[in-house]
Design a protein around this ligand. Structure first.
Ligand code: PEP
Ligand code: MN
Length: 586
C-alpha cells in the first residue's frame, strides 16, 4: 500500500499517518508530497491508496483547505486521527536560545506559539512548508542562529536538541486529520471492518443569510439526538452574502436518524456536500507521551512543480538555498561578502597603466571601496578595440592591490589563464560572455579560488545558477553571483539591469548576490540611482567602474565614474539600510 502525506520526515502529518498505519497493521510505502493538494491528487488518481489531510487545529479551527480538498476531489473519508502537537524549539547541539535569530515553523505552528514567539525579540519567525522541513533545514544548516518549532520526534529524526520546551500558548493543543481514500473506494480494506465502532460524519453546506435559517438547520440534529461535535461558519467565497457551514457530528450517513436530519437540512441549504462518514478517533490524541514510535523514513517524494526552491534543491543541490537557509558568506583577505553586509568593489574597466591603477586604487579606497577591480584580458565586441594589457595588466593590478591592502578582482577568459591568475589575483571574474563556457567554469572550480560569476547577456536566472553549480560541483564553494544587465528590446540603456534577479536569486540560492550597475545601464548619470536600488533590493554589494579621467578611458568611457561621482554614490549608499527582509525564507 502507498500512503501519501504532505511534508518530509518529521512532519506532523507523517507522525499521524504512521500511527494510523501501526494501529491498522498496514504495511507499505509512504509518499511525501509538497502540498495538501498534491496529496489529494495522488489519492484521487490512485497513485496512493490513501492519504492524510489536516482538517482542524485546536487554535486555528477549521483548516478550510483540508475540508475543501476532500470535497473537491470527492475523496472518501476513512478515519479521523487526533495528534497532540507539542511544539518544542529545536536547534543544533551546543547552541542556546539566545543565539537564535531565525525560527522556522509551519504557519499553523507559528499561530499556536504566538506568545512564546513574541517573547523572542532577538529572533523572527519564518514560515515554512511543514515542521519536518523546518527541523531538516536547521540540521542541514548546522548554525546555532537557526532553530525550528517542531515535535520531539523531529528532534530525534534530525539529531537536534531542545532549546525550549512548552512553546505552545495553551497546554493542550492538537490537530485533527482525515485519512482519505479514492472516490467511492471500499474503505474496509484500509480501515478494517469497524461498522460497530464510533462513527463521525462531516458535511459542508451553504446558507443564505436569513433570520432563523441556521437554527432550523441545527435543530434537525437536536430533535434527533444527534451530537454535533463541530460547527464552524466561514464566509461564502466568490459571490453575494451568505456563509458556508462546516459541520461534524456523531453518527453515520447510513443511520436512519441521520438520513432524516440530512434530508430536512437539504431544504434549507443553497449548496450541500456530504464528505462522508468515518471511524471516530477514540481516546486522547496520539503522541501524548514522548516515546512515540518514530516513523521509518519516507520512501518516495512527489513534489509539486510550484515548489521552486525545493525543485532547485534536487537539480542544483549545491547552489540551492535549501539546507543553507541563512545564506553563505565569503572571506576574501580582510573583506567579507554575504551575510548582512554591503560590499563596494570599484576600479577601472581596464588596467591602462601603473599610474592609472595606482591612482584609482588609492582614490576608491579613500572614498569607501574595499576591493579593487581592473580588467587585463578584455572581452571586446570589436577586435580593433583596446584588448587590455594582458599579464602586464595583471601584474599592475596585483601591485596596486598590495599597495593599498585591497583584495583584487579581474576577468579570466581562457582555461590557460586560470592558474596564473589565481596566483596573482584574489577573485577570478567570469564575464557575461563566458557564463556558459563550461570548461572554463570547471577550471575555476578546480582552483578553489573565489569566483565572481556574471550573468550572461541573455541567460535566465536558472541558467546562471546552473553555471554556478558547475563551479561548486568541482569542489569550489567560493562563488558570488553578479547581475550585470541583460539584453532586452530596450535601447535606451546599454542593457536592462534586472534588479528582480536579486530577490529571486537570494530565494533560490545561498550564494552572495552582487549587482554591477555600470554594465547594467552603461550611462554614467544613471549609475547612482541603480546603486541605491541594488542596496535597497537586498544585494550584498556592488561592482562599479571608476576612472581618473572618464572621457579618456580606453574602454567603457561612457559609464566610467569620476572619483567625485564615486564619493557621492558611497555617501548616498550610507543612507540606505541593508535590507534584512531580503533574507527570504524557504
Ligand atoms: C567587466 O566587468 O569588465 C566586464 C567585461 O563585464 P561583463 O562581463 O559583465 O560585460
Ligand atoms: Mn567594462
Amino acid at each position: 500500500m502507498v500512503a501519501a502525506y504532505q511534508g518530509v520526515d518529521g512532519a506532523y502529518s507523517q507522525l499521524a499517518l504512521h500511527d494510523f498505519l501501526l494501529r491498522k497493521r498496514l504495511e507499505g510505502t509512504t509518499l511525501g508530497a509538497s502540498t495538501y493538494r498534491a496529496v489529494a491528487a495522488a489519492v484521487a488518481s490512485l497513485r496512493a491508496d490513501f492519504g492524510i489531510i489536516p482538517i482542524e487545529t485546536a487554535i486555528g479551527g477549521t483548516v478550510r483547505e483540508g475540508y475543501d480538498l476532500v470535497a473537491e476531489f470527492k475523496l472518501t473519508p476513512v478515519a479521523e486521527v487526533l495528534l497532540r502537537t507539542d511544539h518544542r524549539l529545536l536547534g543544533v547541539a551546543g547552541g542556546t536560545l539566545a543565539d537564535v535569530r531565525e525560527i522556522l515553523a509551519h504557519p499553523l505552528t507559528i499561530a499556536q506559539c504566538s506568545r512564546f514567539l513574541s517573547g523572542q525579540s532577538q529572533a523572527r519567525a519564518i514560515p515554512c512548508e511543514d515542521t519536518g522541513v523546518a527541523a531538516r533545514e536547521v540540521a542541514r544548516g548546522g548554525s546555532p542562529i537557526i532553530a525550528a518549532l517542531a515535535s520531539p520526534a523531529a528532534a530525534q529524526i534530525y539529531g537536534l536538541v531542545e532549546l525550549a520546551s512548552n512553546c505552545r500558548d495553551h497546554a493542550h493543543t492538537h490537530s485533527r486529520f482525515l485519512i482519505v481514500g479514492a472516490p467511492k473506494v471500499e474503505t474496509d480494506e484500509i480501515a478494517g471492518a469497524n461498522r460497530f465502532g464510533a462513527r463521525k460524519t462531516s458535511i459542508i453546506f451553504g446558507l443564505d443569510d436569513a433570520p432563523g435559517k441556521l437554527v432550523r438547520c441545527l435543530s434537525e440534529f437536536a430533535r434527533r439526538n444527534i451530537n454535533l461535535t463541530k460547527v464552524e461558519s466561514k464566509p461564502r467565497l466568490g459571490y453575494g452574502s451568505g456563509h458556508v457551514l462546516y459541520i461534524d457530528f456523531e453518527g453515520d450517513l447510513n443511520d436512519p436518524e441521520v438520513l432524516k436530519a440530512v434530508a430536512h437540512l437539504k431544504h434549507e441549504t443553497v449548496t450541500f456536500n456530504a464528505l462522508g462518514s468515518y471511524d471516530a478517533h477514540i481516546g486522547p490524541p496520539i503522541g501524548s507521551n514522548d516515546k512515540a514510535v518514530l516513523p521509518p523514513p519516507q520512501t518516495a517524494t512527489e513534489w509539486h512543480p510550484h515548489a521552486i526552491a525545493l525543485n532547485t534543491s534536487s537539480t542544483l543541490p549545491r547552489v540551492s538555498r535549501v539546507g543553507r537557509p541563512h545564506g553563505s558568506a565569503l572571506t576574501i583577505g580582510n573583506v567579507r561578502i554575504g551575510d548582512t553586509g554591503f560590499t563596494i568593489i570599484a576600479g577601472p574597466c581596464s588596467v591602462e597603466s601603473r599610474e592609472q591603477i595606482q591612482e584609482t586604487a588609492r582614490a576608491v579606497q579613500e572614498r569607501g571601496a574595499v576591493m579593487l577591480r581592473g580588467g587585463a584580458f578584455k572581452p571586446r565586441t570589436s577586435p580593433y578595440a583596446f584588448q587590455g594589457l594582458g599579464w602586464e595588466g595583471v601584474d599592475l593590478l596585483s601591485e596596486a592591490g598590495r599597495a593599498t591592502g585591497m583584495p583584487t578582482i579581474s576577468e579570466v577568459m581562457t582555461i590557460d589563464q586560470v592558474e596564473r591568475m589565481a596566483r596573482q589575483i584574489d577573485v577570478l571574474q567570469i564575464g557575461a560572455r563566458n557564463m556558459q563556457n563550461f570548461d572554463l567554469l570547471k577550471a575555476v572550480g578546480r582552483t578553489g579560488h573565489p569566483v565572481l560569476l556574471k550573468r550572461g547577456l541573455s541567460a535566465t536566472l536558472d541558467e546562471l545558477l546552473a553555471a554556478a553549480e558547475y563551479i561548486l560541483a568541482e569542489g569550489n564553494p567560493n562563488v558570488m553571483l553578479c547581475e550585470r544587465g541583460i539584453r532586452t528590446f530596450e535601447p535606451a540603456t546599454r542593457n536592462t539591469l534586472d534588479l528582480s534577479a536579486v530577490p529571486v536569486l537570494r530565494e533560490r540560492s545561498h550564494l552572495p548576490v552582487l549587482v554591477d550597475p555600470s554594465h547594467g545601464v552603461g550611462v554614467r548619470r544613471w549609475i547612482p540611482p541603480l546603486c541605491r536600488a541594488a542596496k535597497a533590493v537586498g544585494a550584498h554589494g556592488i561592482l562599479v567602474e571608476v576612472h581618473p579621467n572618464p572621457p579618456e578611458a580606453k574602454s567603457d568611457k561612457d559609464q566610467a565614474l569620476s572619483f567625485d561621482d564615486f564619493a557621492q554614490i558611497v555617501a548616498e549608499l550610507d543612507r540606505i539600510p541593508v535590507d534584512g527582509a531580503a533574507l527570504v525564507p524557504l
